[in-house]
Write a protein that binds this ligand. Structure first.
Ligand SMILES: [Fe+2]
Length: 202
């Protein structure tokens, strides 16, 4: 199996432009150091898997099992962070056809916002507005780790990182303040593009 190089996806905005208390220093540490490290780790995992034989694989404990679990965690960390950073730098203004979908399912934007806030407050690592490609419904999915909580058949269209490293430096224990600031900087155009891409899948 060929190994893969993982190049970091650059931020689509200047960190200084974020409002509401999310500092550029925190964004740079989060993106350059933490997300960047996950790419290096993922490459190392894949290299080690390529070099591994399949002897002595067992479901209680084995190097192969540990690497596969670590691969799942790190792959999800990579993807979720890319989705998270790519949708920041906006105005927080709802945009596009996602409005109709949210209204249809949640009754109003305010009802959706309350449900999203609850999901984000309840999660320990990540909360996701997910689109189910089988039944066409939106739902909020939460995870206590980047490899926890995903629902098969759904795809993420809006991701908030709620691990402590995402907010503790700027907001202390005020997680709610961080979630509100996140929503104020959300680029709904990106969320709408994701929704429309997946909506077209038959
Ligand atoms: Fe993170």
């Amino acid at each position: 199996m060929a190994t893969q190089r993982f190049e970091p996806t650059p931020l689509p905005f200047r960190p200084e432009q974020l409002r509401g208390g999310i500092t550029s220093e925190s964004v740079r540490i989060h993106h350059d150091d933490l997300y960047g490290a996950s790419l290096a780790t993922l490459a190392q995992i894949e290299q080690r898997l390529c070099a591994m034989d399949y002897q002595n694989v067992h479901h209680t404990s084995s190097p192969y099992r540990e690497l596969k679990l670590h691969q799942g965690f790190t792959s999800n960390a990579r993807r979720l962070h890319e989705l998270y950073f790519q949708q920041l730098g906006g105005t927080g203004q709802l945009h596009g056809r996602i409005i109709d979908k949210i209204t249809e399912q949640f009754g109003s934007f305010e009802s959706w916002r309350q449900d999203f806030m609850a999901a984000a407050m309840a999660a320990r690592a990540v909360a996701v507005l997910a689109y189910d490609i089988y039944d066409g419904r939106l739902s909020h999915v939460i995870g206590d780790s980047y490899d926890h909580g995903a629902v098969w058949g759904t795809v993420p269209i809006l991701v908030i990182d709620v691990a402590e490293h995402a907010y503790l430096r700027d907001f202390g224990p005020n997680k709610k303040g961080y979630i509100e600031a996140f929503l104020d900087n959300l680029n709904w155009e990106i969320v709408t593009v994701r929704y429309e891409e997946w909506e077209r899948v038959p």
